[in-house]
Design a protein around this ligand. Structure first.
Ligand SMILES: CC(C)(COP(=O)(O)OP(=O)(O)OC[C@H]1O[C@@H](n2cnc3c(N)ncnc32)[C@H](O)[C@@H]1OP(=O)(O)O)[C@@H](O)C(=O)NCCC(=O)NCCS
Length: 183
């Protein structure tokens, strides 16, 4: 599945993207609120992303991971994705991460809003959620700007750099989305 936004193009990842992904995952600030952890080498990155690259071959597909590229220059700027439950709960969970030189330009919000549209309009979801470490203020802002609601806190759920960190849970429900879009 290929996706466009105003400034960005999203293409499902393949093994050809591994160097860009390894570079992204090796940046301290990108990993700060992430449970993946800094990879020791590119082989570790390969194993981390294997389920996400191979998910394209599964039918039905439950994991979609896209590289984010600037339309204007074709430059790789990050990754985003959605994991869907494929059951009667019809839940999707989104994530996004960008290279720091591209932070603060509204790209993550642009991506998140588009993923919410795709989730409800094309993937037939009922609920889309996102978790976010309680001190990840930039991500909190992205989720709020995307129309999601903070539901509560999972206590000490994220293993990050040797500590258990609290996570907010955000969501948007299909009725709220449809009301907003006046469908
Ligand atoms: C979180 C992340 C994706 C945000 O990307 P981005 O493209 O910079 O996000 P946007 O530009 O769309 O929005 C960022 C918002 O955070 C705000 N912000 C920045 N620093 C902030 C801070 N310290 N406190 C509060 N808000 C802050 C910005 O002002 C902006 O809001 P505004 O448009 O109302 O001014 C990016 O920082 C990143 O990749 N972080 C590492 C990976 C990560 O944490 N991913 C999320 C996992 S839940």
């Amino acid at each position: 599945m290929k996706i466009q936004t105003q400034r960005l193009e999203l293409t499902e990842i393949s093994w050809g993207d591994i160097e860009n992904i390894h570079k992204l995952h090796s940046i301290f600030e990108v990993d700060e609120f992430n449970t993946v952890g800094l990879p020791k080498d590119i082989e570790e990155t390969r194993e981390n992303i294997r389920p996400y690259v191979e998910a394209k071959e599964c039918s039905p597909q439950s994991k979609y991971t896209w590289k984010i590229v600037l339309k204007e220059t074709g430059e790789f700027i990050g990754l985003t994705g959605i994991k869907v439950s494929l059951d009667k709960f019809r839940i999707g969970e989104i994530f996004y991460k960008l290279l720091p030189e591209h932070w603060g330009k509204g790209y993550a919000t642009e991506v998140s809003i588009r993923l919410i549209e795709i989730g409800f309009d094309r993937l037939n979801l009922h609920r889309i959620e996102a978790g976010c470490a309680v001190k990840n203020f930039k991500s909190i802002r992205v989720l709020e700007k995307s129309g999601m609601t903070q539901e509560g806190i999972y206590r000490k759920i994220l293993p990050i750099r040797g500590e258990w960190v609290d996570s907010y849970i955000y969501s948007i429900i299909e009725d709220e989305y449809k009301r907003k879009m006046q469908i």
